[in-house]
Design a protein around this ligand. Sequence first.
Ligand code: GRG
Length: 316
Amino acid sequence: MVEAVNSDFAIQLRDKRAIVNDTLRKLLAQHIEVDDDVKKAIKYTLEAPGKRVRSAMVLWCCEVVSPSFARRSGLREGGGSVNSDAEIAAAAIEMVHTYSLVHDDLPAMDNDDLRRGQPTCHKAFDEATAILTGDALLTLAFEVLAERISDPTIAVKLIRQLAHDAGPTGMIAGQMLDVRASMLDIPKGSRASRVEEIHTNKTAKMFRCAAAMGAICGGANEVQLDALCEYGLKTGLGFQIADDILDASATSEHLGKTAGKDSAAGKVTYLSILGMEKSKQLAKKFADEAVAALEPFGKQADILRQLAAALLQRTR
Ligand code: GRG
């Protein structure tokens, strides 16, 4: 069962964020030569204070399957250890996640002004730059995986997982369903299953991807990989309900993004179908299932149990 978050967790997450931020900085410096608006916009969006939860999940899943690599080795020129592979994978998923936010905020999608506590990319720059910035982040993620992972077999596995979960079999499919998810267009009897389909594709598969990438970098066996994929997927389902609850209950200022958007857009969500209390219970059920999936790892996976709890209990 999901437990309370202990005080040490925040410190451990802060340490993981520092590793991700440092890796992103180095990769940008090494991979982008032209100092134009796209580079400025990439830095602007990536350096804004995202929570880095997917990238932290990559690093922790690698450590859980391979504790001896828990020590940080640092980003090495021309390849590196299993540990530096996880750092590259963490940076890559953060790039893809950030691209999705930049594109989601565009006028053709959610048309939002505020993201990560600052004007959205197309507001700070312009629409053309924001489209190209998203495209650049997406392609750069695959470039760094292809060029920087120590072993080509591992690189191919990571590229395949990320393409599968972020592409038309994952996040893109979820986003397309979400764009069309107006309450009035979906028959009452199929609303809950439609919401679960949207959440699975738009959000949970990227969490599954994070867990799988960490497991792959740590050399997981099949049982470990399956267990962590289940952990990631269930964590993501809980995370998205928590996100919808925050959208309905917190302020834009606190969240650093526009609150109240789902009900204003007439979107079908668990909150609109089940109400607040049942939505909270469902989020907890998913977090409990995520924790149950960690059984094969014993105490070694305590940090992932804490992460599942923190994502449920978060306030932003
Ligand atoms: C445009 C291809 C494309 C996909 C968009 C990410 C996304 C799919 C839409 C954003 C809106 C949304 C509610 C997505 C669900 C996932 C989610 C809650 C994203 C926000 O993730 P956080 O809270 O953001 O981890 P930070 O800024 O902390 O990284």
